[in-house]
Design a protein around this ligand. Structure first.
Ligand code: ADP
Length: 270
């Protein structure tokens, strides 16, 4: 009896092990194929600004005796190199996040500070286009996660809201608390996203209209970074959008259980 009992227990265990190994190999292959695609896309995306900078520098040399043309070409070189720098920075961020591994040690993060920082970082671009970015919603909420990652994610959403909005419009950034989660939402009155494209905007390097967006200096990586941050926190990102009217992106993240730490500012003002 005892030996049959043991055999009966060993068999399912070993088949479980085989299954786990097969799953592991499948996951490994999937990760490898994602990595290969990513490298191919990265090479392609980097070639564009690098090629443009090369051509423009040739043009500057050729136009040496025409100061106005030099000015014009140098201005475009500046824009392309800015875009190149942003691309490199986002590629590094994304490859750090790529594993989608859950966070090892989530820490308490103050939602108000994250919102304030994202608004602050968008200030120059917002002012240049007379866009007002306001902080609304509940104050004093605490999240659980990685401060840097959450900051980058919300920063990307606010930067997009400003980029894809008309001059003089308003962008609202708000925090809302639920039982176990906090929603960080960014609402704009911008160009919106066609419903046929909405499923694709979180893909790496995807841009709704690359020709139209070229002038914005976008990389197509911002939202895939947001998606990875949501995933690594066990959260999610959702979008609601009407073309020509505006969009709301909501990043849902874990809420820190219990009361906020005693040192938390008791800010309830709008
Ligand atoms: P990008 O660097 O091009 O902004 P993202 O990954 O951040 O890349 O966004 C992907 C695409 O989704 C953008 O190119 C744009 O077409 C669209 N998009 C993102 N945010 C908004 C928004 N707030 N309003 C309208 N379109 C948006």
């Amino acid at each position: 009896f005892p030996s049959r009992h043991v055999t009966a227990r060993v068999a399912p265990l070993s088949s479980q092990l085989v299954l786990a190994l097969v799953e592991d190999r499948t996951r490994e292959r999937r990760v490898e194929s994602i990595r290969r695609d990513f490298v191919a896309n990265v090479s392609h995306e980097l070639k564009t600004p690098v090629g443009a900078i090369k051509l423009l520098s040739d043009a500057v040399i050729d136009a040496a005796d025409d100061p106005e043309a030099v000015q014009r070409f140098a201005g475009r070189m500046h824009k392309e190199s800015d875009r190149l720098a942003r691309l490199v920075q986002q590629i590094i961020e994304l490859s750090r996040l790529q594993g989608d591994d859950p966070l090892v040690e989530p820490l308490a993060v103050e939602a108000d500070a994250i919102v304030a920082r994202a608004i602050d970082e968008s200030a120059t671009d917002a002012q240049a286009r007379r866009i007002t970015v306001v902080h609304q919603g509940t104050r004093g909420l605490w999240l659980l996660g990685n401060r840097e990652q959450i900051s980058v994610a919300l920063g990307n959403l606010v930067a997009n809201a400003v980029t894809y909005s008309p001059e003089g419009s308003t962008v609202v950034v708000s925090a809302t608390g639920h039982d176990t989660t906090v929603d960080l939402a960014v609402t704009d009155q911008g160009i919106g996203i066609p419903s046929s494209e909405i499923d694709r905007i979180f893909e790496r390097f995807y841009r709704v209209d690359p020709a139209r967006h070229r002038s914005t200096g976008g990389t197509g990586l911002g939202l895939s970074i947001v998606k990875h941050v949501a995933a690594s926190h066990g959260g999610e990102v959702r979008v609601w959008s009407v073309e020509g009217q505006g969009s709301t992106f909501t990043l849902t993240l874990p809420r820190k259980p219990g009361l906020p730490p005693a040192s938390a500012p008791d800010a309830t003002e709008p």
